[in-house]
Design a protein around this ligand. Sequence first.
Ligand SMILES: [Zn+2]
Length: 354
Amino acid sequence: MRKRFIYQVILISGILMACTSNTTNAKSVTKVQGRFAESSTQAETKEEKKDLESSKEAESSAVQSSEETTKATEATTTAASTTQEETTTAKETEVKKEAVSEVKEAGEIGLNPDWKYASFSKINSGKSMLYTPSGNSNGITIAVNAGHGTKGGSSQKTQCHPDGTPKVTGGTTNAGATTAIAVSEGMTFLDGTPESTVTYEMAKIFKDELLSRGYNVLMIRNDTDVQLDNIARTVIANNNANAHIALHWDSTTSDKGAFYMGVPDVGSYRSMEPVASNWKKHEALGKALVNGLSANGTKIFSDGRMDMDLTQTSYSTIPSIDIELGDKKSDYDKDTLRKLSKGLADGIDGYFGR
Ligand SMILES: [Zn+2]
């Protein structure tokens, strides 16, 4: 009878231990809950990291989350505190998701080696970033390519044309060459500012203008540097966008005005693929962009075009233009860049009949 009583006492206290995680006697139960809480927090942290890659806010949030994970590990947690932490994490996740939708980043896009012409690229470890508008998208994606900004880009050479034929016009690389610098460093403005800095500032303003008009925007270079050469940039645009606009300023010093690099009027060049199937689209897009710029008050150089055999044009399978928005002497203050963005966006609207 007494043995049975002792057995019952042990049984009841066992049940109490299982039900109550606040009692100091229930250490084994608490530890199990603590480990569970810890692993679920880590899982959430990993998920959050995945969602928020490349966002600076995300980095600081991830640090907060790791701190919480550490706290969870150290704590001999009670059920109550676990619930509190889970609630906090859930709240933070909501806040972070809101932050992400504000910047409207839809995702990173790198070079897929299976894409046509991808094998001609030498520098391709970088990623582009696709942005989508907050409202309804019009379904058209514009690749905005901030010219230059690839460290080490001039130490590599790539084939000028996919068929190995020589360049038909001179530019950064002379006519007759079969290889060219993979991506050049660009010029320096008369005030000492590198072209790559200005093209990136322009790209960000242009991106916002396009998003406000309902376009998706593929930022080919989404930072001060991207490890993507001209072929990689072009192939990424070919496979993810409906048009490709590369932003540049020319290396003259006369503030001569804006123009686009036109497809050279050379039979062998215009009959080479993929130029043959696309050069008329490039020309139509170039004209539309210059019309948009002109209508917005931007000075235009000559008739707004210059023949140029570019790597970009030689590998483009979508309407694709290198637009020179001015030169070393031109203004590039925010108001000027906004005016240029409106002009280019009007040109794109015109090209797509919007
Ligand atoms: Zn340039």
